[in-house]
Design a protein around this ligand. Structure first.
Ligand code: GTP
Ligand code: MG
Length: 649
């Protein structure tokens, strides 16, 4: 028997029999508050479980969310239907299509609910044919045009089994709720149980949650550990998308403190942060009526309520281009939220007016990391325009993301989206084949911007070769300064790309592999002069500052050092390499013969001065040839001598 999980929500006008039908289907009365019992209406969300079997060995575990129909509680209704797989829309046979039937249908449409079933309740009160025709009429041009309509009566029991069969048939054809490895539990209740602590409930979407896992409560970004998980009263090790889920978070608090957990929060994993600006495509239903106050044009700058997941936040709308959005129109906008929420690319939401009387729009998130200052930049307009045309196309979303940002770590790319890591990496492969992007290890780059960065780097290196042919190449520090706006890992990727294509780097310099430092003609006489000066008394040459009298001499010294012809022995001492090697042999031979030697003995042996010898011996110490002991130098052990002689090069 395969077990599948789905979540279903009721919807429909007040008093049409939603809760009675849930009770008839499941045996559970979803109205749990005393006030609900007293008033005979649903105020807040109610929950029940329905298990349905299907002949091909499938068993469906359906979490039912029962919503209130009263116009005063639409905000609770929206919190209940945010992530459902199927809607059970209810129309009473004695009343027909009413204002909240219509409003709920629009809300479901804004939220992207694709599948619905209709129960024509109170069928014992007649009018079945008339109301069926009315419903069919209202469903024209909706996603639910072919939905089944099942007459039911909780009074007589008629139709209840038909409805169960119709539901099972529907679930048998529904795809499993998506698991993209990014679990989000939209919290609809948070409470404290004596001896257990904080418990939150919600509908899980996007991925699994596991017992013992560390999660983050957003938008507070507060970490917590899952001590236990239940689904419909049973302890489970993990829950998956489509499951009503209750989790025990002993580290979290309920109440009014800033970090307290409450309806509207999201339990999630990973390093994702909430934001206070969302760039979106706003849509207004063509079903709004011209006379209706809600149908007034939605103007730039107005204040609204945004409903996303189970949260409800005040926001101001900034329209990108239009001054207003009319009935049936859509436009790109930024939602400037009064407090941050964790939304993802592709999430859907509902917009209500500030008096909370009317549902006036809905839409889809195009960029969950909106930025007020950047909203109208040419790059962002291009990103939003392309995504508005294809918000579910992972290639378009990736390509626009990289065009906007230039470079990114591949593992953080579209982290806040409803695409899985596998979908993203497939898309990266495709875009690379098409030449749109460049993949370099962990780095992904927009191909144009990568070419630009690469070209600028080669120009800088070639410039350095041209202007300073006597140097080995461009200092890496200079290249880094020139590409300052790029993060370190992009810089490293750039360097390794260059090195794969005819460039070579040392610890401090990058150059074309074929570049050989040469002295420009005007400096060649200076080099000859230096060779001559150093060679004249090669064990006791003049101090560097006496030799380096002008710019040409200084450049020539640097060049000869880089070439290895001259060795920098101390701050003010340079020697010809060949002289330094001979001096070293003399020192080694003398000590081998006579044992540890003083500066004065070695000075006499070499025929040099203390000014030269003291830094030279320190140089040999640093290289592990000699070691100072008191006022004598001894050799390091013999093996070391052989292995370190080459370090002079
Ligand atoms: N005759 C008849 N009455 C029904 C039937 N189903 C529900 N009712 C009655 O209709 C009234 C409203 O039922 P509820 O189930 O509370 O309606 P609801 O849609 O849940 O209402 P809200 O949640 O407040 O929107 C109750 O008095 C029920 O007894 C039915 O099939 N036949
Ligand atoms: Mg009810």
């Amino acid at each position: 028997m395969t077990k599948k999980h789905f979540v279903l929500a009721t919807a429909g006008h007040v008093d049409h029999g939603k809760s009675a039908l849930v009770k008839a289907l499941t045996g559970t009365d979803p109205d749990r508050l005393p006030e609900e019992k007293a008033r005979g209406i649903t105020i807040d969300l109610g929950f029940a479980e329905l298990i349905l079997d299907w002949p091909d060995e499938q068993r469906f575990h359906i979490g039912i969310v029962d919503v209130p129909g009263h116009e005063d509680f639409v905000r609770n209704m929206i919190a209940g239907v945010g992530s459902v797989d199927l809607a059970l829309l209810i129309v009473a046979a004695d009343d027909g299509w009413m204002p909240q039937t219509e409003e709920h249908l629009q809300i479901l449409t804004y939220l992207g609910v694709q599948h619905a079933l209709f129960a024509l309740t109170k069928s014992d009160l007649g009018n079945i044919d008339i109301i069926t025709t009315q419903i069919r009429d209202r469903l024209r041009d909706t996603a639910f045009v072919n939905s089944q309509i099942i007459p039911t009566s909780t009074r007589t029991g008629d139709g209840i089994e038909d409805l169960k069969r119709a539901l099972a048939m529907e679930f048998a054809t529904l795809p499993q709720p998506r698991d993209v490895g990014k679990p989000r539990l939209f919290v609809d209740r948070a409470f404290t149980l004596r001896g257990i602590g904080t418990v939150v409930t919600g509908t899980l979407t996007g991925g699994k949650l596991r017992r013992g896992q560390t999660v983050a409560i957003q938008p507070q970004n507060f970490p917590a550990r899952i001590r236990s998980i239940q689904s419909h009263g049973h302890d489970v090790e993990f829950t998956e998308p489509g499951m009503r889920t209750a989790i025990n978070l002993p580290d979290a608090a309920t109440g009014t403190s800033a970090t307290a957990i409450k309806r509207g929060d999201v339990i999630t994993i990973g390093d994702v942060a909430a934001t206070a600006a969302l760039d979106v495509l706003l849509e207004r239903s063509p079903r709004l009526h011209g006379k209706d106050p809600v149908a007034r044009a939605l103007k730039n700058g107005i204040s609204v309520y945004v409903h996303h997941g189970t949260s409800r936040v005040r926001a101001k709308i900034a329209l990108l281009e239009a001054e207003a959005i009319g009935i049936g129109q859509s436009a790109i906008a930024q939602l400037r939220l009064a407090s941050p929420i964790l939304a993802m690319l592709g999430d859907r939401f509902v917009i209500r007016d500030p008096s909370e009387q009317h549902t006036i729009a809905g839409g889809i998130v195009l960029d969950p990391n909106g930025d007020r200052a950047n909203f109208r930049s040419a790059a962002q307009i291009q990103l939003l325009t392309k995504r508005a045309a294809a918000p579910h196309d992972v290639d378009v979303c990736l390509q626009t993301e990289l065009a906007g940002r230039g470079f990114s770590q591949s593992k953080t790319l579209l982290a806040k989206s409803n695409f899985s890591a596998a979908e993203i990496s497939d898309a990266l492969g495709r875009l690379q084949m098409q030449g749109e992007i460049v993949l370099r290890g962990e780095i992904v780059a927009d191909a144009d911007q990568w070419r630009d960065l690469y070209r600028r780097a080669t120009e800088l290196i070639d410039g350095a070769h041209r202007e300073h042919p006597e140097k080995r190449g461009l200092d890496l520090a200079d290249l880094r300064a020139a590409s300052r706006e790029q993060p370190a890992d992009v810089f490293e990727a750039l360097i390794s790309d260059l090195c794969a294509k005819g460039f070579a780097r040392t610890a401090t310099v990058i150059a074309r592999e074929l570049h050989r430092a040469t002295l420009p003609p005007q400096i060649q006489p200076a080099a000859a002069k230096i060779r001559e000066t150093l060679g004249a008394k090669s064990f006791d040459p003049p101090a560097r500052k006496e030799i380096a009298q002008d710019r040409h001499l200084q450049s020539a010294i640097r060049f000869l050092i880089e070439q290895g012809e001259i060795i920098e022995v101390g701050p003010d001492l340079i020697l010809l390499r060949e002289a330094a090697e001979r001096m070293q042999s003399v020192v080694v031979a003398f000590i081998s013969r006579n044992g540890p030697a003083t500066v004065s003995e070695l000075r006499q042996e070499l025929g040099t001065s203390r000014r030269v010898l003291v830094p030279f011996l320190e140089h040999l110490d640093r290289r592990g040839i000699t070691r100072r002991e008191g006022d004598r130098r001894k050799l390091r052990d013999q093996e070391n001598v052989y292995s370190t002689v080459n370090l002079l090069q």
